[in-house]
Ligand binder design. Sequence first.
Ligand SMILES: *Cc1c(COP(=O)(O)O)cnc(C)c1O
Length: 346
Amino acid sequence: MTIDLRSDTLTRPTEAMRHAMAVAEVGDDVYGEDPTVRALEERVADLLGHEAALFCATGSLANLLGVAQLVRPGEELLCDARAHVVRAELGAHGALAGITTRTWPTGDGRVDPATVMALAEPDAGPYLVSTAAIAVENTHNFASGVVQPYDSLVELSRQAREAGLGLHLDGARLWNAHVASGTSLADHGRLFDTVNVCFSKGLGAPVGSVLAASAERIAAARTLRKRLGAGWRQAGVLAAAAHHALDHHIARLADDHAAARAFATAVQERAPEAVDPADIETNIVVLDTGTVPAARVADESDRAGVRVSALGGSVLRAVTHLDVTVDQAAHAGRVVGAALAGPGQG
Ligand SMILES: *Cc1c(COP(=O)(O)O)cnc(C)c1O
């Protein structure tokens, strides 16, 4: 059997989740008449400490709709250089909303308020691009799933508000940050003007993300969603999966975090330079393959029944999730570690 750690999007809905979807009460959501979608939007708005929310097909869409409420065409969004919004959304913010971005390297992925605020030019006048908002990713996908230190977020939020800047949270894995840190979802949510959370990652739903914000911003985001052709009808079958995930799949993320540490520990025993398990806070392990091409390690692991993603020349990523046990993750770590260490060393 293949152990697939390429992403936590690979999970398939459980029997219980499929049942919840099958019996969902539905209506036409473009008419605002799907009760399961409406209940999900209210539930997630509440959880995140916001007034309103909008259920969307993808996190990329929720990010775009959120950022577009904070940044006008020709203005700028600041985000770190490895943020999903600039690396993995195919230029949507520029191509579809006229937003420019400026980035800085965070190193370990953690946002430092002083660094960001030094870059920001809130009112740059007629010659320079004005900064309108800052985006933060929590947990940080390409930075090995690090949890943003809460005190830094509080400080960034305070300074951004003082400077009149918007603040967007790409919380695709905010659930993981919440479980790892113990800080409530609402305590995270209220620091930001717009928040995206995904159901199709660790929570194990087949489809879906929610954008939370003020009622006014959500109304505008709903209009823009329709304009982009992303209004949907009986989406309650999908919202039902998200409800089920909220009921049953949040606390168990701690198991994914334990599995990621088990994977990293097994890798480190064979390839000590690739990763330090002490750095692994959530469900993502980014490995540095050094002089060994990441693609070669991924291929070799694949032949031994373990799939991981080569994200660059020397960067490999493994993500634990609902469909992988701690023991399987440890086994996968031994396989990848052996591939990394080279022939005869595994
Ligand atoms: C997965 C992900 C998203 C959204 O991705 P979609 O595939 O569009 O749902 C956004 N941000 C981060 C950090 C992600 O990992």
